[in-house]
Design a binder for this molecule. Structure first.
Ligand SMILES: *Cc1c(COP(=O)(O)O)cnc(C)c1O
Length: 434
């Protein structure tokens, strides 16, 4: 039988990230200053981001070195394993080969550490003492707390209220790594107080929490802000996933025909797929890349491709992206990490250029897929990642009908160990489609 688990040696950990900005035939639409509608001056970003990350955000260098200090932390769990889903293939009775890259092996249990470690490192190098951020489901907040812990930076997390209530143990984890966390909207910022007055019962949203975290960073000395998805430098850091996966598949003489990732802000999808898009732009392989989102927050499948704010208080530059509007508050679905009104400019551009496609699924069918996966592969997937599983199963069933032996690769972006209340609701038939 072909191997079940394909692992790379620590020494094979990639030394560079891949920057797709170097390979777009025409430049990505730049972020605009909302006041002038002109491209932003990079110095405008210096209030909330360190210089090194601003430079990466705009860089056209094709490969960017991963500093040794970052690789040293990555080594704790990277290279992450690539699995062949033999049992899931059998369950589906498909001729397709299904592989998944498992990012749940990081201490907080998701891919988000790939960028949190890098961001905390560059902030530390520039003497930043405190970082603020938002978190949806709590994965990003815990990933950044771990990173700030390693680089001796204070960390303050604004956590979307619905998740703060649904996932109390994510808070504990954030505290355990030494950060503080408050439910958003909170009375601690001007914008939070305004929202609480207007909508006292709101479940919160990523857009609101981002506004609070930016306000805090902008008003406090030696405090910067950190974003866990959407921006170009975050997509860059995540490419380590796809670079490793390509090497692992090469070891078993495979190349992916289909690459699938769930899509909230777009970072884990970018991570697994951008090296494949690079090969596609070079005319080497014609891989299909599929972004999977929840029907309750369908920015790629139902949104408009236009300039919009990244946050609700209109504090960010305007980004060209598929968006549902910056005041859209999605229903409180269990895949909290997919509740963002927009999508990364890089992912949006790829969709608009037809280099990737997008599909949306409802919550209950996604949990059905998650349970089938858990019973065949053993790993409990995060509700976010389960969107990719559902799509993978559908693609594998298409192969069964057509008899095609395609190689499918999906990103299992995180585990669902903190999502047991969601699984309980599913088993008690208390879960609905929004
Ligand atoms: C945050 C998160 C996502 C969604 O964010 P992207 O930036 O789209 O990757 C998906 N899966 C997991 C496990 C997450 O923590």
């Amino acid at each position: 039988m072909d191997p079940t688990k394909i692992i790379l040696d620590e020494n094979e950990l990639p030394k560079k990230w891949y920057n797709i900005l170097a390979d777009f035939p025409t430049p990505l639409a730049p972020p605009l200053n909302p006041a002038t509608q002109e491209p932003i001056d990079p110095n405008d970003l210096a209030l909330i981001f360190p210089q090194a990350l601003i430079k990466q955000e705009m860089s056209s260098e094709r490969y960017i070195n991963i500093p040794e200090e970052i690789r040293d932390v990555y080594r704790l769990w990277r290279p992450s394993p690539l699995y062949r889903a033999h049992r899931l293939e059998k369950l589906l009775d498909t001729p397709a080969k299904i592989y998944y890259k498992y990012e749940g092996v990081s201490p907080p249990g998701s891919h988000k550490t790939n960028t949190s470690i890098a961001q905390a490192y560059y902030n530390m190098k520039e003497g930043v003492e405190r970082i603020t951020t938002e978190t949806g489901a709590g994965q990003w907040g815990s990933a950044l707390s771990l990173a700030c812990n390693y680089f001796d930076i204070e960390c303050k997390v604004y956590m979307v209220r619905s998740s703060f209530e649904q996932k109390p143990y994510r808070k504990s984890l954030i505290n355990l790594w030494g950060a503080t966390v408050t439910p958003s909207p909170s009375p601690e910022t001007q914008f939070g107080r305004k929202i609480l007055e207007e909508m006292p019962d709101t479940s919160g949203s990523l857009g609101i929490a981002i506004s609070e975290a930016i306000e805090d960073a902008a008003l406090n000395d030696n405090t910067k802000y950190s974003l866990g998805s959407v921006l170009n430098h975050v997509m860059l850091h995540q490419t380590i996933i796809g670079l490793e996966a390509q090497e692992q598949l090469a070891q078993v003489e495979q190349y992916a025909d289909i690459v699938i990732g769930c899509c909230g802000g777009g970072s884990n999808l970018a991570g697994i797929s951008l090296p494949y898009i690079r090969d596609k732009l070079e005319g080497k392989h014609d891989t299909s890349v599929i972004a999977v989102e929840p029907s309750a927050c369908p920015s790629l499948t139902k949104g408009k491709y236009e300039y919009d704010f990244g946050d609700m208080a209109e504090m960010t530059p305007l980004l060209k992206m598929y968006t549902l509007g910056h005041d859209f508050i999605p229903p409180a679905i269990h895949a909290g990490g997919l509740r963002y009104h927009g999508s990364a400019p890089i992912i949006s551009r790829l969709l608009s250029d037809n280099l990737i496609s997008a599909v949306a699924y409802h919550q209950v069918e996604v949990f059905e897929a998650a349970v089938a996966f858990t019973r065949s592969e053993g790993i409990v997937p995060a509700p976010e990642s389960s969107h990719a599983i559902k799509c993978t199963m559908d693609e594998a069933l298409k192969c069964k009908q057509s008899g095609e032996e395609k190689t499918i690769l999906f990103n299992l972006s995180g585990h669902g160990h903190f999502d047991m209340s969601a699984y309980d609701r599913y088993f008690n038939n208390e879960m609905g489609d929004e």
